[in-house]
Design a protein around this ligand. Structure first.
Ligand code: NIG
Ligand code: FE
Length: 420
């Protein structure tokens, strides 16, 4: 979306720019937020022209600029949510209740529920129903401050329904304002019609679906879920190498429930990300670090499944991994659309500092999506995607747990309209 004209945001008490090196942040860099006090943001045609102290920028504000007063509040980049399953029909509230009564996520999946129950609902939904639910979820995320989101297919698991999911993403991306990055996740679980013919399903993804999706340019990334009720490492390798040969980049659901499920493969294939990693060992972390794979941490799915083992975020930071934080918003393991809540979990359960969590949820997430040059920080030349918060200190984002906060959300310099 192109926004023409000049906009100046003035009277910013605390401007969190996240200015820094043009690459994912590691180690102590994660805590360096590039904060400017008594600041201003100048925006031209939807991009940031300058970010800095008001005193320095005052004389550069063009006379025709629209002026917005931030009332002394904190301004940060919008969240970049780099792992979501935001398009799905139906809901799994009944399974939520079953889990509370003691059934596990894996038991429910093995009994034909879990991902497969959402597949059934998604296949049955009309195009209009799918779009309506995509918009609803998009709006929840947007209200909480997400300005860019990755979205995965994987509730179709057949040609028509997978393409419909990807087309719904293209549609909501085009209508704006949220930027959507599409990922093909046909290797999410084996659909019922292929249970006795797994190899055939894998071959179909690799030889037919991936070439078609790549040709139609409906996905930028390809993902595969490596686990007991999903795909083996060998099956995932077949899918992911096919994706690479068709120009898609890789993300991998790895080591969520079992050691040895996918992280080594992510390193071997130089995936952009290895996601989950609750069970990751030190050895795995070293392999990811060497291959510059970014770990995507999804504390929402640990929390919502009432598990106790969060991924070893502190060890990852100490080892120099460029961590990312994401919601994993989905109807089963993480019915959580709010990035501020994810930041709270990251601080409380994984001992990240509020600054580290914010870097992981913005600039590092942007790099993991291949968008590090254009979003994720407030630096000259980048898209003007930012939030004017209702508080004065960025630490309040994580600290005010599940606050019904209403930040003002700007994407490409235009304020999202929630009909307030
Ligand atoms: O990231 N782990 C696999 N996929 C999702 C869950 C999807 C679902 O339960 O519908 C996840 O947790
Ligand atoms: Fe996921």
């Amino acid at each position: 979306m192109i926004v023409t004209g000049a906009l100046a945001i003035v009277n910013i008490g605390q401007l969190v720019t996240l200015a820094g090196p043009a690459r994912p942040r590691i180690g102590p860099e994660l805590g360096e937020l590039g904060i400017v006090r008594d600041a201003a943001l100048l925006i031209e045609d939807g991009r940031i022209a300058a970010a800095g102290s008001y005193r320095e920028l005052q004389s550069k504000i063009p006379p025709h600029a629209v002026i917005e007063d931030a009332e002394g509040r904190c301004v940060t980049p919008g969240f970049v949510d780099a792992h979501t399953h935001m398009i799905f029909a139906g809901n799994r509230a009944a399974e939520f209740e079953l889990r509370i009564s003691g059934a596990t996520y894996q038991q429910i999946a093995a009994a034909g529920g879990g991902i497969l129950s959402t597949v059934k609902a998604t296949r049955a939904a009309s195009d209009d129903e799918l779009l309506a639910v995509a918009r609803l979820h998009r709006d929840w995320m947007l209200r909480a401050g997400t300005t860019t989101a990755e979205a995965k297919s994987g509730y179709g698991l057949e040609r028509g329904a997978e393409l419909r999911m990807l087309r719904a993403m293209a549609w909501i991306n085009a209508e704006g304002p949220m930027r959507i990055v599409p990922t093909l996740l046909a290797a999410h679980t084996v659909p019922p019609e292929f249970v006795d013919r797994r190899a055939e399903y894998v071959r179909w993804i690799a030889e037919e679906l991936i070439p078609e999706v790549a040709k139609l340019k409906l996905a930028r990334f390809c993902d595969a879920f490596c686990d007991d009720h999903a795909f083996t490492v060998e099956e995932a390798r077949t899918v992911l190498t096919a994706a690479l040969s068709h120009g898609l980049e890789l993300r991998v659901h790895a080591e969520q429930f079992r050691v040895g499920a996918g992280a080594a493969l992510a390193a071997e294939l130089r995936a952009r990300t290895a996601d989950h990693l609750e069970m990751a060992t030190e050895e795995t972390l070293d392999a990811l670090c060497t291959a510059a794979v970014q770990p995507v941490l999804l504390p929402g799915s640990v929390f919502a499944l009432a598990r106790s083992a969060y991924p070893p975020a502190r060890t990852m930071v100490e080892r120099g991994l460029a961590i990312v934080l994401a919601s994993d918003f989905n109807p089963g393991s993480s019915p959580i659309s709010s990035m501020p809540f994810i930041l709270s979990l990251a601080c409380i359960e994984m001992a990240l500092t509020p600054a580290e969590a914010l870097s992981a949820a913005t600039i590092n997430a942007a790099w993991s999506l291949g968008l590090g040059e254009s979003v994720g920080s407030l630096e000259a030349g980048k898209q003007a995607d930012f939030l004017i918060h209702e508080f004065n200190d960025y630490r309040e984002l994580a600290y005010l747990i599940a606050a019904p906060a209403r930040p003002r959300v700007f994407i490409a310099g235009r304020e999202a309209d929630f009909g307030r």
